[in-house]
Write a protein that binds this ligand. Structure first.
Ligand SMILES: Cc1cc2nc3c(=O)[nH]c(=O)nc-3n(C[C@H](O)[C@H](O)[C@H](O)COP(=O)(O)O)c2cc1C
Length: 364
């Protein structure tokens, strides 16, 4: 079941990067949610290749088609199938890389595991697979926004060694994030990040970066200890994104360098509930949401496919030099922002449905 994720709101993605198309089947989406292709398209457009000069030049419109599960603009509660056709495949770009596995890509491990691999372009390891996640995430977000008022916003917080100051997490909007091509809401940092990515691109190299995500208005009580703790599912969701190499929630690794007296989130009364003064816990304690914003960070490595010459060996173990060809992202974080948002939405929608089931509430 390696292509499926979620318990009640369950998705299965399908498709290879250079095959006929990619998509997703969503099982367990509640009925009677208003839904159109146009709403799903908004997030797909933010993930799309060739959206700016900072992304791969592969030209895909990524037009989504709803094949099932929606009638007359409303979900039916039956499986929703979504499909996006691939239109700009160029398998010839990958000719040389068929005999030489790209260092730090998935060519070697896929071949070792399956004994066969898609002829070109990374197959399922390509970020094209995430089209299905983003399409499903848009539906999960619609459910969360309409049923619980939950808002999920992610942005680029660093690229290489350039770090942006933290924005006001309670107010930041997607419009603030999309003001810059790099999807960093701080304009001076965004400018520096843009220059750094362009320089790396011109040099045939690539850069890594970090995405921060806030999930606001998440009610307390979401998370299923002990193995399906909210942060455990979020970590799994985020680390399943191609090129994601690190996950933190709340204070994360920095918390390991603090004392308990400084790190503890003191309780205070917030309206009719208990809230916390600080939020080093990142909105989750004991694996259960506590009503504070969930704040997480995901670190992405520099993409592996670079055109600079790299000394390596071919599949037969013979020394060679690889200068990768094809169209590639010099830095994945601008396009990964909607992917992080979608994975967060999928986890929270699933946990919200599980909590409703626990409380014997129907979803309408
Ligand atoms: C939005 C996005 C775009 C990506 N674009 C590229 C790319 O153009 N070239 C590349 O080598 N890797 C790219 N990747 C990363 C690879 O898919 C990934 O590194 C590869 O599958 C190996 O998996 P791993 O890095 O998780 O170990 C991208 C990832 C994301 C999230």
């Amino acid at each position: 079941m390696s292509s499926s994720f979620g318990t009640l709101f369950r998705i299965t993605t399908f498709g290879e990067s250079h095959g006929a198309g990619v998509g997703v089947v969503i099982d367990g989406c509640p009925p009677k949610i208003k839904l159109s292709e146009a709403e799903i398209q908004i997030q797909l457009n933010r993930r799309r290749p060739a959206q700016s000069r900072l992304t791969t030049a592969r030209k895909e419109a990524d037009r989504v088609a709803i094949l099932s599960g929606v009638d007359n603009g409303k979900t039916l509660g039956t499986p929703i199938a979504l499909m996006v056709k691939n239109t700009d495949q160029r398998p010839a770009d990958y000719g040389r890389m068929r005999s030489v596995p790209r260092p730090s890509h998935a060519d070697y491990t896929y071949q070792m595991k399956y004994g066969i691999q898609a002829l070109s372009g990374g197959g399922r390891a390509s970020a094209r697979e995430t089209v299905g996640r983003v399409a499903a995430g848009a539906i999960a977000e619609k459910f969360l926004a309409t049923q619980c008022g939950i808002e999920i916003i992610a942005w680029v917080s660093s690229v290489f060694s350039i770090e942006a100051p933290a924005p006001d997490m309670m107010r930041i909007t997607r419009a603030d994030v999309d003001k810059s091509l790099v999807r960093c809401p701080d304009s001076p940092a965004a400018e520096k990040m843009t220059v750094a990515i362009e320089e790396a691109q011109q040099a045939g190299d690539s850069l890594g970066g970090v995405i921060t995500c806030v999930c606001r208005k998440v009610p307390g009580g979401l998370g299923e200890p002990v193995f399906d703790k909210a942060e455990a599912l979020l970590a799994q969701a985020m680390l399943s994104i191609p090129a994601a190499k690190g996950f933190e929630i709340g204070s994360g690794f920095a918390g390991a360098r603090m004392r308990g007296s400084a790190h503890n989130d003191a309780f205070i009364k917030k309206g009719d509930r208990l809230g916390t003064k600080s939020n080093y816990s990142g909105g989750v304690q004991g694996g259960i949401s506590n009503g504070e914003p969930i704040i997480l960070r995901v670190a992405f490595k520099p993409p592996a496919t670079i055109s600079l010459p790299q000394a390596t060996v071919d599949f037969a173990g013979r020394d060679t030099v690889l200068e990768a060809t094809g169209r590639h992202d010099p830095c994945v974080v601008p396009r990964a922002v909607p992917i992080v948002e979608s994975m967060a939405a999928l986890v929270i929608a699933d946990l919200a449905l599980r909590q409703k089931m626990r409380k014997n509430e129907t979803v309408q």
